[in-house]
Design a protein around this ligand. Structure first.
Ligand SMILES: *Cc1c(COP(=O)(O)O)cnc(C)c1O
Length: 395
């Protein structure tokens, strides 16, 4: 077992300042001022003025010109968004389709894949609970590769061993789960699968933003509203051409046909204004610089963990230097899930601080208790983290 927590001295972390950077200032000034301390980007990040304006402008065109005329006019903007998102996954524009959510992406993919009942699918211990339900609903058998440490990191060597010994039909990997801020070595894990000739699908719903998602996967999917700060109600799925050729989408599902199996996965009726808004959010992400964003989110995570670990008896689950901005907290010893739910409620109603109470159902194969999930974005200030620490001391 590896140690869960890097010692603050080796990680170079102290309970110090989080100096405002240009990136933080620009991210903040691009948005409406928050009416509370918003530390919940892993649930839904705050959209910028430009994203909100793009959505409302499109809705206005739908009303003035008709929904289908407006959609035609929005086509270039949506295509630009498609190309930009595909690029974040290291894919071509024609490999990517828009759906309604990350779950809708996995549903569409599994429906078109038509794995035979009883097929074996290997997942990590931190697999997202609703994904397990979706996999079960198509009749496949789920097997679990446990993490190699207390934090739940997956080990590429252990994965390679498992695939050599007893290869499953498919590996499904959550690059980051919903229940903790642990980042999986997803590029290495995916290349192990590729080398073993086992198809690999990656859930990037939490990872797109904190993690470099240019992964050599057969399929990868995510959602607009989390770290990208796009509108709710939009998700996306990128499929590698080799897998696309094997998919058999239901005919007439969409505008695509037999020669365009990926396009056939795109939902036909859709929140078009949301796709337009997402295109703007992705352009903002690229303009700010994905690598700078990742670095700042890592810095925010380190600062947050150092500032709140141990406060009021709440303890940080992640290693302090985990490269994400998501921090999860276990309640003081002896208190249960109810304490976490109550703290989440009190933080919001008494202190105007928004976080999530993440129940164990989010990762039932790994989590046995709820955690309080804190997920600040680039615009967070040191003062807001101090406010969280002060409030936690009283929870
Ligand atoms: C949020 C989330 C999902 C589901 O995303 P939706 O867009 O709500 O369907 C899937 N996986 C993980 C890890 C998530 O955090």
């Amino acid at each position: 077992m590896l140690p869960v927590r890097s010692s603050p001295s080796t990680a170079g972390l102290t309970r110090g300042a989080l100096p405002d950077s240009d990136l933080a200032i620009r991210w903040r000034s691009a948005r409406p001022p928050a009416e509370l301390v918003h530390l919940d980007s892993a649930a839904a990040a705050r959209s910028s003025h430009a994203v909100l304006d793009a959505v409302t402008a499109h809705l206005g065109r739908e009303s003035r010109l008709g929904g289908y005329v407006a959609a035609e006019a929005a086509r270039p903007a949506i295509q630009a968004g498609r190309a930009a998102l595909a690029g974040l996954f290291g894919r071509q524009p024609e490999d990517l389709v828009f759906v309604e959510s990350a779950s809708a992406a996995l549903t569409a993919l599994l429906a078109a894949w038509r794995l035979s009942a009883g097929s074996r699918v290997l997942v990590g211990g931190g697999e997202f609970g609703p994904n397990l339900t979706l996999l079960a609903s198509v009749g496949v058998r789920v097997e679990v590769l446990p993490g190699c440490d207390d934090a739940g990191h997956l080990d590429p060597v252990a994965l390679a061993g498992r695939l050599a010994e007893d290869p499953p039909e498919l590996v499904h990997l959550c690059a980051m789960g919903s229940h903790r801020g642990v980042v999986q070595p997803v590029r290495e894990l995916a290349s192990v699968c590729r080398a073993a000739g086992v198809p690999v699908v990656v859930d990037a719903a939490q990872a797109l933003g904190p993690v470099d998602c240019r992964v050599d996967a057969d399929a990868i999917y995510g959602t607009s509203r989390k770290w990208l700060g796009g509108p709710r109600g939009v998700g996306f799925l990128a499929v590698a051409p080799e897998l696309a050729a094997r998919l058999r989408p239901a005919r007439g599902a969409s505008s695509g046909g037999a020669d365009a199996p990926v396009a056939a996965l795109e939902s036909r009726e859709a929140f078009v204004a949301g796709r337009v808004g997402l295109a703007v959010a992705v352009a903002e992400h690229l303009a700010a610089g994905p690598e700078r964003i990742r670095d700042r989110l890592t810095e925010i995570g380190a600062h947050t963990r150092a500032a709140i670990d141990g406060v009021g008896g709440w303890s940080v689950v992640e290693p302090w230097d985990e490269p994400s901005a998501t921090t999860t907290l276990r309640p003081p010893t002896g208190s249960g899930d109810q304490r976490v739910a109550q703290a989440c409620h009190d933080l919001l109603t008494r202190h105007r601080i928004l976080v999530t109470a993440a129940g164990p159902d989010r990762a039932p194969r790994e989590a046995s208790a709820a955690t309080l999930r804190v997920s600040p974005h680039l615009d967070v200030s040191a003062g807001e983290i101090d406010a969280l620490a002060a409030a936690l001391a009283t929870c």
